[in-house]
Structures are given as C-alpha cells and as structure tokens.
Design a protein around this ligand. Structure first.
Ligand code: PMP
Length: 397
C-alpha cells in the first residue's frame, strides 16, 4: 500500500532547524525557526517557569487523565490573561477557553469546528502568513484564499488589504494575527484595527485571531488591543493562543482556543462541541505545561517575575532590531533592512530570493527561511557585522 504513495516534503522550518543543528561550522548563525534567543544564541528556560515546574513536580501525587478540554485552572487563567480588561465578559460567561496542543492545536481545532458548523464557508489569510495556516485550513477541507498584506520588500499595504477584506463573501472566516505578525513583523495600528473591525461587521465575517506572540511585540496590554476591541463590538470570535513563545514552553505544547460567544449558553455549547472534536483527535491534552502556566498566572509573585522576564525579552528583540539597522547603516546597505525599522516582534522579511537564501546557508552558514524571514532575536552584537556583510556581499550592494 505504501508503495503507491507519492513523495512528499518534510516541513521546511523544522528541517532547516535540523540542518542548522548538524552544521559543524562554528560561525553558523540561526535566524530561522521562531524561537526567542538570548544574546548567546540560547533559548534558556525562563526562571518563573523553572520555579513553577519544580514546585509542580514536588507536589505531584498522580498523573491521571484530565478531560478533553484540559485543565480547568489553565483555561481560566488564559481567559483572564486575555480578557483582564474586559472582566465583565468573563463574568457574564461570554468567554470560555479549551486547552489545546500549542497554538497549532488551537488553530486546528478552530478549523475543524468552523468547518463542521459551516461546511461551505471559506477562510482568508494574510499574504504572506505563517505557512501552517494554509496547510491546516486546507487539510480540514476549507477553501483558503488570501488578502494582501505586505508587498515583497515593501511596507504594509493597508488600503489594499482593507479593500480586499471588504470583498470577502459574507460569513467567511478571516484569520488575523493578533500581534507580532509572522512573517512580516508589521502590526496594525489602533486606527487600522478599527477600520478592519468595521469591515468585519459590515460583511458579517467570522474572525479567528491568532495570538502566538503575546507580550513579545510590545507588552501584554498593548498586544491584546485587537482582542479587546473586537470583543467590545462583536458577538462571536475565536482566539488561538499559544504559550510556546511567551512562556518558552515550545516542546511542552501548551495553548488554548478561546471562545467569545453571544451568551453563557452558546459558549457552553461551543466548548462541548470543541471537547468532542478534541476527544476524537487527541482524547485529552498534555497537562504538564498547562500546570506550569496556571501555577505562574495564579501566583502574584511568579506572575510578576514572568511579566518581568517577558518584558525583558521584548526589549531585547527591539534592541536587536536597532543593532541590525545601525550596522546596516554603517555598512551602507540600510535599504535592504528597511522593514526591520518599522516592524515589531520576532520577525522581519528581508528582500532576498530563494537562491540567495540557499547561498547564505551554503557559503556563509547563515540560516533563514526561504521567504527571507529572519528571527531578530538571533542577531546580536557578536554576529551582526557578519550577518550584514554576508547579505551585502551576496546582494552585491
Ligand atoms: N501561529 C503563528 C502565527 C505562529 O507563528 C506559530 C508558531 N510558529 C503558531 C501559531 C503555533 O504555535 P505553537 O508552536 O504553539 O503550536
């Protein structure tokens, strides 16, 4: 049976990471996979996570199953983390969360749920977007279309984006990056979010907000602006939340799908349906990472420590952007890194072609995605000169 299978390609991002790890050149630089890195290029366990984890391990009395919707305490703290400034919505029962396998699991669950409710509706994602959005929604059988976001090498093209969203068929699903847009690093201003909201209301679109970088674009409050704004004016939406980057729990696979509903009753029904879908795919989610997050967010001291660590990460990413731009200015090629100035969060796209990316990897041992996406936290004082001069040499600037 397997003989008849067509060849398929492994995931490009995870494969790139494996290639990087097996590269023995001491000069190698990883600007590829979306991990926060410190100034030495490492991704250490956050101190708040380390403390929470050891206390959980010490207290553990069993490892029995939890239900398909995961740990109730975790679901509650995530709802509060996102809707702290809209606590009335939680109190009215209009917000409920279900635990998922990372942000990916949240998107997948959202996709299956929306397909089940409305099999004929399509989904619209930004061009460009995180590649897995396209794969996940296509996999569940939804027609995936694109609204323009950034032109290659250019700025966020907001008027064109808005016009395109205005033409989306009524009732379709629109996926929006809550903060730290992957891969462009261009986020919408408050005014632009307001304009998108108006169109979403006008067309009766269903928003799915992907929140994978909470706290890493600006800070925990600023980064949920769109969630708060949309929840003030809409009856329903879904938010896919990832704890991978904000808590550094990448391989523990912790996330949540947060439901905003019209009433307590509709939220409860939605959560039950989501739990049924989870039951037939994962049965119940892994609890270890969820316990860590819930321990941190329910202890004032640990939460303070976590917020401090997260803020520091966000500040360091901003500093890395400055370091890169200053170096590019010094080497006279700032035009190539123009987008780095105006972006936020971990990523920027630099205008290099696929072949250039291959050359950077083979000749200079600098790893980035084929799209030219770089992870800013991989840039530091030690490697910035080499990164800029290599790209400059390659592009002949
Ligand atoms: N959404 C976006 C935009 C992402 O960049 C990522 C992670 N790369 C995810 C969702 C998925 O996150 P997780 O690793 O928690 O599954």
């Amino acid at each position: 049976m397997f003989e008849s299978l067509e060849m398929t390609h492994p995931d490009p991002i995870l494969t790139l990471s494996e290639h990087f790890m097996s590269d023995t050149n001491p000069r190698k630089i990883d600007l590829g996979i979306g991990l926060y890195k410190d100034k030495n290029g490492n991704t250490p366990v956050m101190e708040s996570v380390r403390i929470a984890e050891s206390s959980i391990v010490d207290r553990a009395v069993d490892k029995v199953y939890k239900g398909s919707s995961g740990l109730d305490g975790f679901c509650d703290v995530i709802s509060w983390l996102l809707f702290r400034a809209r606590s009335n919505l939680i109190e009215y029962g209009r917000v409920l969360s279900i635990q998922t396998i990372g942000g990916t699991g949240a998107i997948r669950l959202a996709a299956e749920f929306l397909k089940q409710i409305n099999p004929k509706k399509g989904v619209w994602v930004s061009d460009p977007t995180w590649g897995n959005h396209i794969d996940i929604f296509s996999h569940v059988g939804m027609q995936v279309s694109y609204y323009p976001y950034q032109e290659i090498g250019g700025d966020l093209n907001f008027p064109v984006m808005l016009e395109s969203i205005r033409k989306i068929p009524e009732g379709d699903v629109v996926v929006l990056h809550g903060c730290g847009h992957n891969p462009t690093g261009f986020d919408l201003s408050k005014y632009q979010w307001g304009a998108v909201l108006e169109v979403v209301k006008e067309r009766g679109l269903f928003p799915v907000i992907d929140m994978a970088y909470h706290g890493l674009a600006n800070d925990l409050c600023d980064d949920v602006y769109c969630v708060e704004l949309f929840s003030d004016h809409l009856d329903e939406m879904l938010v896919a939340y990832s704890c991978s980057k904000s808590f550094g729990l990448y391989r523990d696979r912790v996330g949540a799908l947060v439901v905003l509903g019209k009433s307590r009753d509709s939220c409860v029904k939605a959560k039950l349906h989501l739990a049924r879908l989870a039951r037939v795919s994962i049965s119940s989610p892994a609890i270890h990472g969820a316990l860590i997050v819930s321990e941190i967010l329910s202890s004032p001291d640990l939460k303070r420590m976590w917020v401090g660590e997260l803020n520091l990460m966000s500040i360091k990413i901003k500093a890395a952007r400055k370091v890169l731009i200053n170096e590019a200015r010094m080497q006279g090629c700032d035009d190539t890194f123009r987008n780095v100035c105006s972006g936020v969060g971990l990523f920027s796209l630099i205008p290099v072609g696929r072949e250039d990316v291959g050359m950077l990897r083979e000749v200079f041992c600098i790893y980035m995605l084929d799209s030219g996406r770089i992870n800013l936290s991989g840039v530091n004082n030690n490697n910035v000169g080499y990164v800029v001069s290599s790209i400059k040499t390659l592009l002949g600037k």
